[in-house]
Design a protein around this ligand. Structure first.
Ligand code: NAD
Length: 531
């Protein structure tokens, strides 16, 4: 169904000129549908292969394995991966430190060129990469397109940013001195991404590191190591030197924790849950024997994002925006709308229209491009169903509320709307990370804003209103890193919407924005006496 799809733009490519977002495919065109089906068939034929750890360019096997399963059909193995343990931290660090010696001195043009060439090759293989996401995390075609397009955007954007950082404005010149300031890499970074944007976020944190001259130990999520293996293979094919990215799938609690704690880890770039982010912050703060620096942490965490529907809003577009933001990719986005805060004057009308809209959403195999696929794994499904049961007690079930068993053996859950949820209750405060929307009644704009801000998170938010005054107030008062007006709260675009949240949503790193590479570099000031 076209309505959950992203806007269609023409396919153009600017290289080294001005940054332009990668356009999405138009799946109303038969030719694109045919090509996507053939990419899916090709990738289907490659499922179940085994992938090695890559440490300093060497392939390494382990006894323990990680099996990446298709959430829509868990009996299908997408990829079998080696499982790095604590004993692999030292070899990975040694390889990354060795590579840092030369990579940190490689010209920025050469490093940026790796990213531009990666963007080119990803464009050539775009549907194939998308198909891996269909199988590995149950994204439908449009969601998979958004993920790979964002990956291409990060390549193009950070490549240009690195070139810009290399030509920074000279500082004030003292008489008799030549004064300069330049940005140098940090060292070896631990890159720890989540599974929900398994290509874009994984590639974004890795490539921002690499283009800045750092080397990386990359530990992808155990739910999505295959797409990470594909990206690392692509970078190797482009001639990325050995040891620049060391590919180490492994358990967070053993390998991940040990990499964070290692004295030679210079920084940690993490995106994931609040709990793990806080744990990393704590471990990184402790000085290990032999550690010579304060570890830098870039921590992007969860959300409990709200859309406010004001009495003076266009209800049709509010319903559409809420439905897309709540249920796109099964609600498994940090930016997903999990709270609709609706003015009491339009509450009943909004709910009636929303119910009709949500009941049109199809749940099924993402390979067939259903609107919604399966949630990521069994544990996640159980946790989401637990929240739904709680919601049935705390509020009024409008639609959904159970597994969609007719969709197949996978972890399918119906899009669920629960109304009359009270502020401060569990469903209103905790991140569910699934297709569950809590609807909350507000007495007016002030009350709505108070409810929206009364959470420990602060990632995205949106307001639908036709009132200029309320828009201005929302800009001032809605305390989120990414605010949207009269549009949905998902779908941040690289360049236009630098992304990162306030409060327990993270360190507000603003990925895809002009400040991002500062986090992966350190500034060196030089004052040279010339007379
Ligand atoms: P998660 O926190 O469970 O896992 C994230 C990564 O951390 C994984 O690679 C995991 O293996 C690793 N990890 C787990 N324990 C670790 C430890 N002790 N030390 C080091 N690494 C460890 O998160 P997830 O389920 O993969 O992703 C979903 C979460 O990510 C949600 O909370 C979502 O809101 C958040 N998220 C945030 C953003 C953002 O930009 N703010 C973007 C996407 C996802």
């Amino acid at each position: 169904m076209a309505t959950l799809e992203a806007p269609v733009r023409p396919r153009t490519t600017l290289h080294h000129g001005q940054f332009v977002n990668e356009p999405f495919f138009d799946f109303r065109k038969e030719e694109n549908v045919r090509k996507m089906r053939s990419a899916i068939a090709k990738v289907r034929g490659q499922l179940g292969r085994e992938y090695d750890l890559i440490i300093g360019g060497q392939r390494v096997k382990t006894t323990d394995k990680i099996k990446s399963l298709n959430p829509a059909k868990p009996s299908d193995i997408v990829g079998i991966h080696q499982k790095a343990g604590k004993e692999h931290v030292e070899p990975a660090m040694t390889a990354a430190l060795k590579a840092f010696e030369s990579w940190s001195r490689t010209s920025v043009e050469e490093r940026a060129s790796l990213l531009f060439r990666a963007a080119d090759l990803l464009r050539e293989r775009k549907m194939e990469f998308m198909a891996w996401l269909v199988f590995e995390v149950s994204k439908n075609w449009v969601e998979a397109d958004a993920d790979i397009s964002e990956t291409i955007d990060f390549c193009e954007f950070y490549g240009r940013e690195a070139l810009r950082f290399a030509k920074v404005q000279p500082p004030t010149q003292l008489p008799g001195e030549r004064d300069s300031l330049f940005y140098i890499p940090l060292g070896v970074g631990a890159v720890i991404p989540p599974w929900n944007f398994p290509c874009a976020i994984m590639a974004g944190m890795t490539l921002a590191s690499v283009v800045s001259g750092n080397t990386v130990i990359l530990k992808p999520s155990s739910d999505s190591p295959t797409i990470a293996a594909k990206l690392v293979e692509l970078l190797e094919e482009l001639g990325m030197p050995e040891g620049v990215v060391n590919f180490c799938p492994g358990a967070g609690a053993s390998f991940g924790d040990a990499v964070v704690a290692h004295p030679k880890t210079r920084y940690i770039a993490f995106t994931g849950s609040r709990e793990v982010g806080l744990r990393i912050n704590q471990v990184a703060a402790q000085q290990a024997p032999g550690q010579m620096w304060i570890k830098r942490t870039v921590l992007e965490m969860g959300g409990k994002d709200a859309i406010i529907v004001d009495a003076d809003s266009d209800i049709d577009s509010a319903v559409e925006g809420v439905a897309q933001a709540a249920f796109g990719f099964q609600g498994q986005k940090c930016s997903a709308c999990s709270r609709a805060i609706v003015d009491e004057r339009v509450y009943d009308k909004f709910l009636e229209q929303l119910k009709a809209r949500v009941e049109k959403i199809t749940v099924g195999d993402p390979a067939e491009n259903a609107n919604m696929g399966a949630v990521i794994n069994e544990g996640s499904m159980k946790s989401i169903l637990g929240y739904i049961e709680q919601g049935k007690k705390d509020g009024r079930l409008i639609t959904g509320g159970e597994r969609a068993t007719e969709a197949g053996e996978g972890y399918f859950i119906r899009p669920t709307v629960i109304a009359d949820i009270q502020p401060k209750s569990k469903l209103e405060q905790e991140e569910i990370f699934g297709p569950v929307l809590a609807v909350i009644k507000a007495r007016g704009f002030d009350h709505a804003m108070q409810i929206a801000n009364d959470t420990e998170f602060g990632l995205t938010g949106a307001i639908y209103t036709s009132s200029r005054e309320k828009i201005e107030r929302a800009i001032q008062e809605f305390h989120v890193g990414n605010l949207y007006i009269n549009r949905k709260c998902t779908g941040a675009m690289v360049g236009a919407h630098p992304f990162g949240g306030f409060n327990m949503s993270g360190t507000d790193s603003k990925s895809g924005g002009p400040d991002y590479l500062y986090l992966f570099t350190q500034a060196k000031s030089v004052g040279e006496r010339v007379s």
